[in-house]
Design a protein around this ligand. Structure first.
Ligand code: GLU
Length: 419
């Protein structure tokens, strides 16, 4: 990717999507001003001790974008590329994501600029506890509820929850979601984002009269989202022909052995050594032959450099912000359907909501119940979005933003602005 693509602000791109929908909704200037500014941005230092002795300092962030519909909600990302701009864009997207699937949450996101691959478990724990301690006053089940995101695991959530609970002097499982089952996690949460991607992709494929057996699927990224999406696509009879992670891409026109790749990634947290397909680059993977493309890695993967070469008929955005606005316009022109991130990957936060509800009740649901409610929540809202698509003749992304913005604006108007 060239520097030019990467240099454009992620939040700037996100605002471009917002403006398009806001125009169609004829949103007034006051509402636009409020909704294009984050409520609160917190930046702090995280000094931590290396196992070998000596201290280093990382930077931590939490952006609470909007509270109109409820407490903040959104993951925590540990990645060398984390910046205030990125976290703000991600918090902005969480606002629309929660609204488009009608969850009683606002939007937030957090991050630490670090490379977890270079950190021991002990170092990771110290960083997480310090990160949580810095946020004690501003998070909580009724304030802001973090969750996993890129490179943060149920174990990281457990440390966060424990640190918060220690400071509050009471067990507070509802302060984060995506926890291990034993301490108040929800069944089905780990798979939820990937499951949501597959649910919506299959619904859309049926709408396009494409049978699962006819669909060759390519999944970019084999983290929590990509690996479960690939597994579930294969289970539903689709032919998964391409997968990738930081070690590169793997392609097999006959279909990959996803189970084998899944087992490998589960054990080694990497696809290194996977021998079931030809080695290709990540760039080649995105433009390889397929019907369905699932970008499930990081932002800006589909951009002006490759959008014209994409062969898929359907793109399902497992990642947040994988398509730049310019690439999106190319896809729209070419008639490629894009199920936008705020809808496509909302399965994760939907089950996070179920986890929060279960924690508050102290009563836990069966996995089948979680999955059934997840499918119901996603499809009801996806079908509502399709109605807007047909009514306004707009792309899916615009329709999703229109619904989300409208819901946030309704809450904001009812509550009024405390000025
Ligand atoms: N990090 C996930 C996302 O981007 C999940 C957020 C959550 O469960 O709060 O949607």
């Amino acid at each position: 990717m060239t520097t030019a693509v990467r240099d454009v602000s992620v939040f700037g791109d996100a605002i471009a999507y917002f403006n398009e929908a806001a125009d169609l909704l004829e949103l007034d200037a006051s509402m636009r001003a409020i909704l294009t500014h984050p409520s609160r941005q917190i930046i702090f230092s995280i000094p931590f001790q290396r196992d070998a002795g000596g201290f280093e300092v990382f930077t931590g962030y939490r952006v609470q974008y909007n509270f109109a519909r409820g407490p903040g909600k959104g993951g925590i990302r540990y990645h060398p590329g984390v910046t205030l701009d990125e976290v703000t864009a991600l918090a902005f997207w969480m606002t629309w994501k929660c609204a488009v699937v009608d969850l009683p949450f606002g939007g937030a996101k957090g991050g630490v600029t670090c490379d977890p691959a270079t950190l021991s478990m002990n170092e990771l724990e110290r960083i997480t506890r310090r990160y949580a301690a810095e946020l004690v006053e501003v998070v909580g089940p009724d304030k802001d509820v973090p969750a996993p995101d890129v490179n943060t695991t149920p174990q990281v959530m457990a440390w966060f929850m424990d640190t918060y609970s220690m400071h509050m002097r009471q067990n507070t499982p509802g302060v984060v979601t995506g926890k291990p089952l034993a301490i108040g996690g929800s069944r089905g949460r780990v798979e939820a984002t990937g499951r949501g991607v597959t649910i919506l992709a299959l619904d859309e494929m049926a709408n396009m009269h494409m049978r699962p057996e006819e669909a060759r699927v390519v999944v970019q990224g084999f983290g929590n989202v990509g690996m479960y999406a690939a597994k579930l696509f294969a289970e539903r009879g689709c032919k998964v022909v391409g997968i990738s992670d930081i070690t590169g891409g793997y392609y097999n026109a006959q279909g990959l052995n996803v189970e084998k790749a899944f087992a490998l990634a589960k054990e080694h947290h990497s696809l290194e050594g996977f021998d079931g397909g030809d080695r290709i680059s990540n760039a080649e993977l995105l433009v390889s032959d397929c019907e369905v493309l699932v970008p499930a890695a990081l932002e800006k993967q589909l951009n002006t450099e490759n959008a014209n070469l994409v062969k898929a008929k359907l793109i399902v955005e497992g990642a947040n912000g994988p398509t730049t606005p310019e690439a999106d316009r190319i896809f729209n022109k070419k008639g490629i359907i894009v199920i936008p991130d705020i809808m496509a990957n909302a399965g994760g936060v939907t089950v996070s909501y179920f986890e929060w509800v279960q924690d508050r009740m102290g009563y836990f649901w069966k996995e089948a119940e979680v999955n059934e409610r997840l499918e119901d929540t996603l499809l009801v809202n996806f079908h509502e979005m399709r109605k807007i698509v047909n009514q306004y003749k707009v792309p899916y992304r615009t329709a999703a933003y229109m619904i989300a913005i409208d819901r946030v604006v309704q809450s904001l108007k009812l509550r009024g602005v405390y000025a």
